[in-house]
Write a protein that binds this ligand. Structure first.
Ligand SMILES: [Zn+2]
Length: 140
């Protein structure tokens, strides 16, 4: 990422960070919170960096200042908070899907409980399974 590209990404981020924080809060209200697990990210269209919820607190607590800017290699470029260890989930989706501008990974209670139950069949659902919805947002 060159300096101009980085400056462009940062210049457009206040609204994006606010929207990302609000999305995290809404996810918590909808039952996606799991103590401090779960995270969402967002990027400007086709940016090679993205903002993601930092680690160490719940989705319901996120403010714009609790988001960090990282590149696809997981290098933190802006923000004081620690990063989640699951950043490759976001990076690989962004890398492979230029049309995707937001990724959500959560551990909702009922989906997690379903995944913990014994089930017959060759394939068992996983809490770390992702689905691309028609709106191009990603959901667990
Ligand atoms: Zn997880």
């Amino acid at each position: 990422m060159d300096g101009e590209q980085h400056a462009q990404v940062v210049a457009h981020t206040p609204a994006l960070r606010a929207t990302l924080a609000l999305a995290c809060n809404i996810l918590a209200m909808e039952g996606h919170t799991d103590i401090s697990l779960g995270h969402a990210s967002a990027r400007e269209p086709r940016a090679v960096v993205y903002w993601v919820k930092a680690s160490g607190f719940g989705l319901e607590e996120v403010t714009p200042d609790d988001t960090i800017l990282v590149d696809f290699d997981g290098k933190k470029l802006q923000g004081d908070r620690p990063a989640h260890r699951e950043l490759p989930i976001h990076a690989e989706i962004y890398r492979r899907r230029p049309d995707v501008n937001s990724v959500v990974h959560t551990h909702p209670l009922y989906a997690t409980a379903l995944c913990a139950t014994p089930r017959r069949g060759p394939e068992r659902p996983s809490p770390d399974r992702y689905v691309v919805s028609r709106s191009n947002s990603l959901q667990v």
